[in-house]
Each structure stands twice: as structure tokens, then as C-alpha cells.
Design a protein around this ligand. Structure first.
Ligand SMILES: [Zn+2]
Ligand SMILES: [Zn+2]
Ligand SMILES: [Zn+2]
Length: 339
């Protein structure tokens, strides 16, 4: 019998299609022959990107030269532009504003083939610390309301270059998905006087059916109402709305968590293409009634979505998802996959 499950945060229903349940081997591995030829993100090709915004590099080496470990550059084809003001106007019932924002690329390693799961925890520390520093820097810009950090890994996940990188987009409005999540968490808190993410951590630890991996600081699990097969959420055990207040020891635990989780996915499903998104608290420049309760009701986290199925008409038309893999079974496969 197929099952309907409801996400407790955004109240989204999903269909868990148990009758055509898919196991890891039922998803064909993606075909990809990564090429490093003419890659603008490889060490030595720094002149092929716009000038760097930030880099972790060897002391005394010049900007836009080799000898770095993490490098942040503006996106060459930005979705939004950094210069200018918002120019908000109404056109009858419609609203428009200028496409102001930041669009940056975080190049995670000098080595083309060094996927996230192959990097050391020490190198990943530098990547995830860079996320923190970029968030702190961009949050000072009063034009921005939200900063999303995400990763597209592989063609099916939207990556045009196979060199390991993530991206950051700062927007002058709160994105719809984020808003739904913030409001859902706020309503839950108003009702129960507890953070829903802290409650989810407690519940998952209790039920133990959906846990993928756990370390001192973080828990990874397949959410109860997973939209996609092998969807994974990673939540820090310490309540904090904002990623940018993460401490050094927590970044190490986070690096271990990401490396292990992605390695498990990669091994269990033969290197699937995937996306992850970092959901952190919004920028909180004082505005009337704007997210004043975030400190208690929101809790940052990462959502990882392996791209194993296509989003089709039903999903587009309804916002409802059909997931062919039972989350408990997905978690079981991943937990048993040793890396
Ligand atoms: Zn490269
Ligand atoms: Zn919490
Ligand atoms: Zn989220």
C-alpha cells in the first residue's frame, strides 16, 4: 500500500510509493567522463576566472596566482549583479526590482578529480570555514535578505564544470522555499514552545530507523517525509539558527559528517549526481516585524538530494512528490554502507 506522509515543518505531503520500491541497484549510475582540459578552476588557470574575492593561499603568494587551497571568485555568468540599487517599483498589480545580488563560486580544491568525499577532513575544514567567512562578509550588505550556499555535483544536478565547487547566491528577497520553512518552524514554536529541528533530532534518535550517520556534533538521517529517494538531512545537535556562528571544532565535526555521508551515497549508488543546499537563518537587518523570533525557532541544516529520479508533471503541478524508496530502507542501505 502506498503511503502519504506529511513533512512537519512545511506541511508538504509526499507519496511513498512502496509498491514500486527501488533499491540502490535499481538506479542506473550516471555516465560521465570528467575532463580537466581547459578547466578554469584548476590550479595554474587562475587567469581564466574573474579576479578572486577571497582565497586560502600560501603566505605571500599573489592574488590570482597558484598556491591556494580554496578560492572564491565571482560567477562568470552571474544570475544577479552586485552593483547598483534595488529600484523597487510597482507596475499596476505587478512588482519589479533590479537584479541585484551576489553570485560567487567557491572552488573547493586545486585538484580536478578530488571529489568532496576524497578530500581530507583538514581540507574540507578550509572549505566549510570559507562558507562561514563569506556569509559573515555578505551579511553586512543591507540590500541582501538571504544568502544561499549550494552545490551542484554532476551534469544531472546542473553542474557545467566537473571540478569540485560550490556556489553562493545572495538575494534581495527571501526565497519562497526558505520563507515556507521559516514560517513553518515559527508556527511550530508558537504552538509547542520548542524548536522543531531540535524535536526532530530527539525523535530520530528515539526511533533510530532513519539515521544514516552520527558523530559528536551532527546527525544525518533520511527525513520521514523524504521527497526524493535517498534524500538526507544533516542537522547540528547544538541549536543555532545561523551557520556563520559555527565554531572551529564544530567545523571539523561537520567536515567529517559531510565526507562520510557523501562517501556513503557515492558508494551505495555508484557516484550519483547530487545537490546540497545549506539552509541557514536569513539576514536580519531590522525591518518591521521581520523574523524577530529566528534565534529560538530556526535551526540551520543541510539538505542533500541525489538526482536519481526526474521531477515530472505531477510534481510541477502540485508541489507534491512521489518517492519510490521508503526512507527507512534508504537509511538502512546507507547506514550499512561502510566507508
Ligand atoms: Zn579543474
Ligand atoms: Zn533547534
Ligand atoms: Zn531546509
Amino acid at each position: 500500500m502506498p503511503e502519504l506522509r506529511k513533512d512537519p515543518i512545511v506541511q508538504r505531503w509526499v507519496i511513498i510509493a512502496t509498491e514500486r520500491a527501488k533499491r540502490p541497484m535499481d538506479f542506473p549510475p550516471p555516465d560521465e567522463t570528467p575532463t580537466s582540459k581547459g578547466c578554469p578552476f584548476c590550479e595554474g588557470n587562475e587567469k581564466m576566472t574573474p579576479p578572486e574575492i577571497f582565497a586560502v593561499r600560501k603566505d605571500g603568494t599573489p592574488r590570482d596566482g597558484p598556491d591556494w587551497t580554496v578560492r572564491v571568485v565571482p560567477n562568470k555568468f552571474p544570475a544577479l549583479r552586485i552593483e547598483g540599487d534595488l529600484g523597487k517599483v510597482g507596475l499596476g498589480i505587478y512588482d519589479r526590482m533590479n537584479g541585484i545580488g551576489a553570485h560567487e563560486v567557491i572552488i573547493e580544491t586545486t585538484k580536478h578529480e578530488e571529489k568532496l568525499e576524497l578530500q581530507s577532513v583538514d581540507s574540507l575544514f578550509k572549505v566549510f570555514n570559507t562558507y562561514k567567512l563569506r556569509l559573515i562578509d555578505l551579511k553586512r550588505d543591507e540590500r541582501f535578505r538571504y544568502i544561499l550556499i549550494f552545490k551542484n555535483d554532476g551534469k544531472t544536478a546542473g553542474a557545467s564544470l566537473s571540478h569540485p565547487h560550490s556556489q553562493l547566491i545572495a538575494t534581495p528577497v527571501t526565497p519562497k522555499r526558505i520563507r515556507e520553512e521559516l514560517l513553518g518552524a515559527q508556527h511550530y514554536y508558537e504552538y509547542k514552545d520548542r524548536c522543531i529541528f531540535c524535536d526532530i533530532i530527539r525523535e530520530e534518535a528515539l526511533q533510530k530507523e532513519r539515521i544514516v550517520y552520527e558523530n559528536g556534533g551532527f546527525i544525518a538521517f533520511c527525513p520521514f517525509a523524504s521527497r526524493f529517494p535517498f534524500e538526507i538531512w544533516i542537522i547540528p545537535k547544538r541549536h543555532d539558527p545561523d551557520y556563520d556562528s559555527i565554531e572551529n571544532d564544530e567545523i571539523f565535526a561537520f567536515a567529517d559528517m559531510m565526507k562520510t555521508t557523501v562517501a556513503k551515497l557515492s558508494k551505495a549508488l555508484s557516484h550519483p549526481h547530487y545537490n546540497y543546499v545549506l539552509h541557514t537563518g536569513p539576514v536580519r537587518w531590522p525591518r518591521r516585524g521581520y523574523w524577530t523570533t529566528i534565534d529560538s525557532d530556526f535551526h540551520w541544516h543541510i539538505e542533500i538530494i541525489p538526482r536519481l529520479t526526474n521531477v515530472a508533471g505531477f510534481e510541477w503541478g502540485t508541489g507534491f512528490y512521489i518517492n519510490p524508496t521508503v526512507p527507512e530502507e534508504a537509511a538502512g542501505y546507507l547506514q550499512e554502507t561502510l566507508v
